[in-house]
Design a protein around this ligand. Structure first.
Ligand SMILES: [Zn+2]
Ligand SMILES: [Zn+2]
Length: 408
């Protein structure tokens, strides 16, 4: 029986997956610089005798991998599984298994995603006479930074059914039937997974505002145009963008997360840089807010004699989970884990480049509970304390293999 064959295979290599994850955790790499991670994945696939192609995203200095696992009647159906591989510029707290790379850390759990996908490849291979079709396993670079590794992989043809052994194609042809991705989630206990059908995660634009004035002596402000005061008013005025320009029924967020300006207590600087993010779900709302931000920032700075230069980089589209595939994956999750270990999730304003795959084919992006009682196992993603309850790795491995083998 497929389920028990996969579960046995997952159990047999439980320690392997833990070791994969620990190795990757020790050696985090930046977005589009995952060369050692990619070489590690390639070696593991070679050891399993799995066909794959590398060199994806090479024009961006990265090394994505697409592997192919074949069951009975290869090609009759093709599901894709995705894991991201990049880490973040965060100094991890001191503890066993902490990152060995100063200032870099797998604080978003992409090490766990990669380890689980390697485990799923092995489980699918071990049970290959019990399922039909082909599974594409996408090891993706650069999730955390624009333009998003997923957007490049899509352009290069990673979703084409003939992609895995031929490498970047940049051609057209039949696409995979669907794609499934998972993401660690400390708010859910290890052993549990969460789903949301339809809109799930927001579109994320990157915002930079340069407020330019004229610097000088702090005691002679009348001879300057103070960009600090102008920037403070710009930030305050921007708080009205969402509250006054946006349809209140449309979820959206505007946050300025970084201010840079000045270097001394008694000097008025020439400029202040504000960095922020705009999160939306709806394209028309996004466009309204983008033009509001520009108008409010420029005119507020002007009121103080300064100039605001607004630069908005359009980011990832929203994650919209295909209802048919997602409902079906949720049912499969219940079959695998039991009703009590499958929950429904609320909408969130974080973003994910998995959305680029979902614009091409049906996609389901679900959450893997990694919460536990160990240190850091309840800390948020992108924090220096973040850690996972490693028991989640078996759940993540089994889920990916099970969904790939059963879903179309
Ligand atoms: Zn992240
Ligand atoms: Zn992430």
């Amino acid at each position: 029986m497929l389920k028990s064959a996969l579960l046995n295979a997952v159990e047999a290599q439980r320690e392997n997956v833990v070791q994969h994850r620990r190795h990757l955790h020790l050696h985090p790499e930046p977005s589009f610089g995952e060369s050692k991670t990619s070489a590690y994945v390639a070696n593991a696939l070679r050891a399993m005798g799995i066909a794959f192609s590398d060199g994806w995203c090479a024009d961006h200095g990265a090394a994505g991998i697409v592997a192919k696992v074949e069951g009975l009647e290869p090609g009759t159906r093709t599901m894709a599984l995705r894991a991201d591989m990049d880490a973040l510029p965060i100094q991890e707290v001191n503890r066993p298994h902490a990152s060995t790379v100063p200032g870099w850390m797998h604080a978003c759990g992409h090490d766990a995603h990669t380890a689980c996908l390697l485990g799923a490849v092995e489980a699918l291979q071990a049970a290959r006479d019990q399922w039909t079709g082909t599974v594409h396993c996408v090891f993706q670079p650069g999730e955390e930074n624009l333009p998003g590794g997923a957007s490049i992989l899509v352009q290069e043809g990673a979703l084409l059914t003939d992609a895995p052994t031929s490498g970047p194609l940049q051609a057209s042809g039949p696409l995979v039937d669907g794609i499934v991705g998972q993401h660690v989630y400390p708010q859910l206990d290890a052993g549990t997974v969460g789903f949301r059908s339809g809109a799930y995660m927001a579109a994320a634009d990157e915002l930079r505002i340069r407020v330019v004035g004229k610097g000088g002596h702090a005691a002679l402000p009348h001879r300057t145009v103070d960009p600090i005061v102008a920037a403070a008013h710009v930030i305050t005025a921007l708080q009205t963008v969402v509250s006054r320009s946006c349809d209140p029924t449309q979820p959206s967020v505007l946050t300025i997360g970084k201010i840079r300006g000045g270097h001394a207590r008694n000097v008025i600087p020439d400029e202040v840089i504000l960095d922020g993010t705009l999160r939306t779900y709806d394209l028309a709302t996004a466009e309204t807010l983008r033009s509001s931000i520009k108008r409010v920032a420029e005119s507020t700075a002007q009121a103080f004699g300064a100039v605001a230069e607004v630069d908005l980089a359009i980011g990832y589209p929203p994650v919209i989970n295909a209802p048919r595939l997602t409902d079906s994956c949720r049912k499969r999750a219940v079959e695998l884990l039991g009703e009590q270990h499958v929950v429904d999730l609320p909408l969130r304003m974080t973003g994910e480049d998995f959305s680029f795959y979902q614009r091409e084919v049906e996609g389901c992006f679900y959450r893997l509970g990694t919460g536990g009682n160990g240190p850091g196992c309840r800390s948020g993603l992108h924090t220096a304390e973040f850690d996972i309850d490693e028991r989640a790795l078996s759940t993540g491995t089994a889920m990916m293999a099970w969904l790939a083998a059963t879903e179309v």
